[in-house]
Design a protein around this ligand. Structure first.
Ligand SMILES: O=C(CO)[C@H](O)[C@H](O)COP(=O)(O)O
Ligand SMILES: [Fe+2]
Length: 221
């Protein structure tokens, strides 16, 4: 299992002041950027030009979470925009192995996401192709939703499969992660934690990043 990483999502931050919003979380490991196209999910955020502008000013690397149809054709634009990690949804990719290899060859970490109802088992053999697996803990589309406990067994099963294959793949959780739920995720085997509303609704977002990290680390030991 990798070291604990905290990845705030800017989805519920102030979109009119994104540069200032990312400057409020210097203690984060990554900034999580939720790209939504109003087709794969019923919500619309931003595209490569906006992400490229954010990459230029962010104090930490960008972790793009692409909730978009036709990931095969659109994912590389986010590597070119300067993201250090690019996550596509397996439900939106026609050729996930080829896409993961393309993302890696273009110079970013390749990551694949699973919606809550998508099982990990059919994708076991893909794990060596991935730098990170994202297990969604809400239905994708909106920030501020309630954490789905029904996803915890899948996190445990994914961690067991990673151990079985001896891979270094990081295991990210995204959706409803807060001081109340981060320990459950860490105990189940997650090592990368996305937190949107928990971080940006806090008085001091960087202190919330530190608090989430401390809880996840304590849960693991
Ligand atoms: O991918 C997402 C939603 O589809 C977001 O990253 C996620 O919901 C973060 O927000 P919160 O921590 O408020 O749930
Ligand atoms: Fe996300």
């Amino acid at each position: 299992m990798g070291h604990i990483q905290i990845t705030p999502s800017i989805l519920n931050s102030d979109f009119a002041r994104l540069g200032e919003e990312v400057a409020r979380i210097p203690g984060a490991d990554w900034v999580h950027v939720d790209v939504m196209d109003n087709h794969f999910v019923p919500n619309l955020t931003f595209g490569p030009a906006m992400v490229e502008a954010l990459a230029r000013v962010s104090p930490v690397p960008l972790d793009a979470h692409l909730m978009i149809e036709d990931a095969d054709r659109n994912a590389l634009a986010y590597v070119e925009a300067g993201c250090g990690s690019v996550t596509f949804h397996v439900e939106a990719a026609k050729a996930p192995v080829r896409l993961a290899r393309e993302i890696r060859s273009a110079g970013a970490r390749a990551s694949m996401a699973l919606k809550p109802a998508t099982p990990i088992e059919p994708y076991e053999d893909l794990l060596p192709e991935l730098d990170m697996l994202l297990i969604m803990t809400v239905e994708p589309g909106f920030g501020g939703q309630k954490f789905l406990d029904l996803c915890l067994p899948k996190i445990r099963r994914a961690r067991a499969l990673m151990d079985k294959h001896g891979v270094e793949t990081w295991l990210q959780v995204d959706g409803g992660v807060s001081l109340e739920t981060v320990e459950r995720c860490a105990e189940a085997g997650a090592d990368v934690f996305v937190a949107g509303s928990a971080v940006y609704s806090a008085q001091d977002p960087d202190a919330m990043v530190a608090a989430l990290r401390a809880k996840a680390e304590a849960a693991r030991s």
